[in-house]
Design a protein around this ligand. Structure first.
Ligand SMILES: Cc1ncc(COP(=O)(O)O)c(C=O)c1O
Length: 370
């Protein structure tokens, strides 16, 4: 008795944690700074920490009301109906719900290469096929509608990442609209805005059918569409990666599918309450975004190696031999992401840290490169 044939499936390779690295090297965790997983440099919002603590003695309840409260708050924030918010166990969970809702066995998805590995993983879990469009460093990882449409062959889902991981580039809203317009009616364009808060650009929620332009600050002149969904997460700007909380904003006509595909109680009581508190803490998000913008600019200006323009909370740096450089940096206490697993063996991705962390990362990297 064995699992099904999983030979096509790949394992997700996460950025390495401080404890893991310190144990392996027999060193004190205090010596390390982790800039490998695009986490929040300030940690969670203090309001979210309070909410986590306050919810501890209520975790014997299923999170029915908490789910509704957070969903309603997110819906209000975006000017959409509650049913259009698909709460999930991280952005990854939201991707799974979209796969479940969209894919018949054998349907294909189109994903960026290099790109976030979970798009393809989720499709394969749901008996789907995976095709790729190229995003290349030759043109600075510019994201264009042409690159996607040239590779498009009728796939059921087209995944766009804006800002993109690992490059930090972003799609213009017009390009996303053109992709949705020029793909077939049955193709869902999923715009992953896991790093959306860090970009100074309008969200693709402005393209989604069902939004209420009257009271939404993100209202656009674009026509609402029933073939664009947007993914957001609490893991990055909100600093709640460990709680696993994310969501998709889906078109009105997709809304009722959620009840048929979601895992009962997709997010925990603790996650829902922390999410609600974090959503209200604008100051924490603003500080995070401001710091990230400073950090990526500082790195781009001071690193002695080519970098790519980033709209996210990380910077892609071309270092030559990424694995050797990441290892040397790790020896010096700075953990960065070797992008070999993204198919970029010459690049490392460095998460934006605090001022001290950023300066240390740049100093150590420049010494390694020298
Ligand atoms: C592009 C992108 N999308 C989605 C995610 C998923 O984030 P989470 O599942 O923590 O919400 C990540 C995480 O690193 C990411 O980089």
């Amino acid at each position: 008795m064995r699992p099904r044939d999983l030979s096509d499936h790949v394992e997700y390779r996460a950025g390495r944690g401080i404890e893991e690295v310190a144990r392996e090297l027999g060193r004190d965790p205090e010596e390390f700074v982790k800039l490998a997983s695009n986490e929040n440099m300030f940690g969670p919002s203090p309001a979210a920490v309070d909410a986590v603590e306050a919810s501890a003695d209520e975790v014997h309840h299923y999170p029915t009301a908490d789910h509704q409260d957070l969903t309603a708050a997110i819906a209000e924030r975006w000017g959409v109906a509650d049913e259009q918010v698909w709460l999930a166990n991280g952005g990854d969970g939201a991707l799974d719900y979209l796969s479940r809702a969209a894919l018949e066995p054998g349907d294909a998805v189109l994903v960026p290469a290099p790109g976030f590995a979970y798009y393809g993983m989720s499709a394969r879990f749901h008996h789907g096929e995976v095709a790729e469009y190229d995003v290349t460093g030759d043109d600075g990882f510019t994201l264009t509608a042409d690159a996607v449409l040239d590779a498009y062959d009728g796939e059921r889902i087209v995944h766009l990442t804006s800002p993109h991981n690992p490059s930090g580039a972003r799609f213009a809203l017009d390009a996303i609209e053109r992709i949705a317009e020029e793909t077939r009616e049955e193709t869902l364009v999923v715009v992953d805005e896991a790093y959306g808060e860090f970009a100074d650009a309008p969200s693709a929620v402005g393209l989604v059918e069902g939004r209420d332009d009257a009271d939404a600050s993100h209202a656009t002149s674009h026509a609402p569409r029933d073939d664009v969904a947007v993914l957001r997460t609490f893991s990055k700007a909100y600093g709640l990666a460990g709680l696993r909380l994310g969501y998709a904003i889906v078109p009105e006509s997709w809304a009722e599918a959620y009840a048929r595909v979601n895992t009962p109680f997709a997010a925990s009581v603790v996650a829902c309450r922390a999410g609600l508190a974090a959503l209200d803490d604008d100051e924490h998000v603003e500080q995070t975004v401001e710091m990230a913008r400073w950090s990526r600019t500082y790195m781009a200006e001071h690193v002695d190696a080519p970098t790519y323009e980033s709209h996210a909370n990380f910077l892609l740096v071309e270092v030559g031999d990424a694995s050797a450089v990441a290892e040397a940096l790790q020896e010096r206490g700075v953990i960065v992401r070797d992008c070999s697993s993204f198919g970029l063996p010459e690049c490392v991705r460095i998460t934006c840290g605090t001022e001290a962390e950023t300066e240390r990362a740049v100093r150590e990297l420049n010494e390694v490169l020298a």
